[in-house]
Design a protein around this ligand. Structure first.
Ligand SMILES: Cc1ncc(COP(=O)(O)O)c(C=O)c1O
Length: 416
């Protein structure tokens, strides 16, 4: 049958293939393997944005009666996708700002219990490291680094080794941004709780890609973006999750009027509600909020089970092609091989990964480059076909075999 026949067969049997037609631009001749950076636009998102433009035109300020509920409604869809309970997720600000708000709230609560250490992954996404180091400096606590390796990610044992009675908060990414390694969210959360700490998970690379199971894992806090696998569009607002029992006790540091009880009473004193809305700050961006809502609606409708199953099948097929075609040409798989440890992207190490990336783009395949020397291929399950995986990887094989990448300049100094 060959790999092409296998790809066609897998596409035939794909349980979520019907959704691909809802995405715009998919038939444009480009093999898009970067939905893990920016997802595609759907007809639902376009319709939602056009609808709000019409409401703005017709209703002007009266439109707010409907728009005020966008963040919670989107939070409902996202909550279903990440396995949270109703009322535990809301759309708000950016991932970086949400991380700051929730980290400060947790640090302040834990300081009151004599805990003054935040545990952070040395290899985590830059914004997480920068924000958390800033929080530590500002709030007079210490950062303690944990490191599991840039390809393997942080394991339960790595966390266990850094825990003691001083650790108040542990912040980690569920899926590592470089390699796609999936952390054991349940095991790590359990270890941290056993030592009296709280956990804050970054779900940017897992929301809409794989099962998260926040309630099942008894996670305290989480943040994530909506512009990757949730297809909310460039700069769409992020989401935050706070477990119900923590919503009355945590106090976030930015006391804005959207986080106030009876906001329009314009009261003298800040009195946040005992609800997820206490973590809001100011006027939300409704055009991109509606885009995030409509993007997340699709994932909630399809269900994270079938989405995650397809993600594992796509990366599994990509691994098979890599072993057959690319390993003999000097590529090394930098992502974990076990299905349960893979996110929805596959990362390949190659000394000339940067040039490979440029050559792929010229061949109408859009990948991503991440230093050091890694090619990141994202397989957004809602619209990526097995045929696309075949085409993308066969073009990469041909580029490497013919040395076409060598015609591109070496990686710029800052990106090595
Ligand atoms: C793991 C992770 N955290 C955070 C961010 C970005 O956060 P923000 O939306 O605030 O730019 C990204 C962006 O790609 C990311 O991959």
């Amino acid at each position: 049958m060959g790999f092409w026949g296998e790809a066609r067969g897998l596409d035939e049997r794909d349980g979520v293939k019907g959704v691909r037609g809802e995405f715009l631009g998919v038939g444009g001749g480009v093999v898009y393997l970067d939905g893990n950076s920016l997802g595609r636009v759907s007809s639902g998102v376009r319709g939602g944005v056009v609808r709000v433009l019409g409401e703005w035109e017709g209703d002007v300020v009266e439109g707010w009666h409907g728009w005020l509920g966008v963040g919670r409604e989107a939070g409902g869809f996202i909550g279903r996708v990440v396995g949270a309970e109703e009322g535990e997720v809301v759309l708000s600000d950016s991932t970086s700002v949400n991380l700051y708000k929730l980290a400060v709230a947790a640090v302040e609560m834990q300081k009151g219990r004599g805990r003054d250490v935040i545990v952070v992954d040395r290899d985590d996404f830059p914004t997480d490291r920068y924000v958390l180091e800033g929080v530590a400096r500002e709030r007079g606590v210490e950062v303690r680094w944990v490191q599991g390796g840039i390809d393997e990610g942080v394991g339960v044992g790595d966390v266990e080794r850094v825990m003691d009675g001083r650790v108040g908060l542990v912040c980690l990414s569920h899926v590592a941004y470089r390699s796609g390694a999936v952390a054991d969210i349940r095991g790590i959360t359990e270890v941290v709780h056993r030592h009296g700490g709280m956990v804050l998970w970054d779900l940017c690379h897992s929301a809409g890609a794989i099962e998260v199971g926040l309630a099942e894992a008894n996670v305290d806090l989480a943040v994530g973006c909506t512009y990757k696998y949730l297809n909310g569009g460039p700069g769409a607002p992020a989401f935050l999750y706070v477990r119900r029992d923590l919503q009355d006790v945590l106090v976030q540091p930015i006391h804005g009027w959207f986080g106030q009880t009876d906001q329009f009473a314009m009261g003298d004193v800040y009195e946040p509600p005992k609800a997820i809305e206490r973590f809001l700050v100011g006027t939300p961006p409704i055009l991109s909020g509606v885009a995030a809502l409509e993007g997340a609606r699709i994932s909630a409708r399809v269900g994270i089970g079938p989405i995650a199953e397809k993600a594992r099948a796509l990366t599994g097929f990509a691994l098979k092609l890599t072993d057959a075609w690319l390993t003999p040409l000097g590529f090394r798989v930098a992502s974990p091989r076990a299905a349960e440890r893979r996110g929805a992207h596959l990362t390949l190490h190659h000394p000339q990964a940067w040039q490979m990336c440029q050559a792929l783009k010229a061949a109408k395949v859009i990948p991503d480059y991440r230093p050091p020397e890694r090619l990141r291929l994202g397989f957004a399950p809602l619209y990526t076909r097995f045929e696309d995986v075949y085409t993308g990887l066969s073009r990469l094989r041909d580029i490497a075999a013919e040395g076409r990448h060598l015609t591109y300049p070496a990686v710029p100094r800052g990106l090595t």
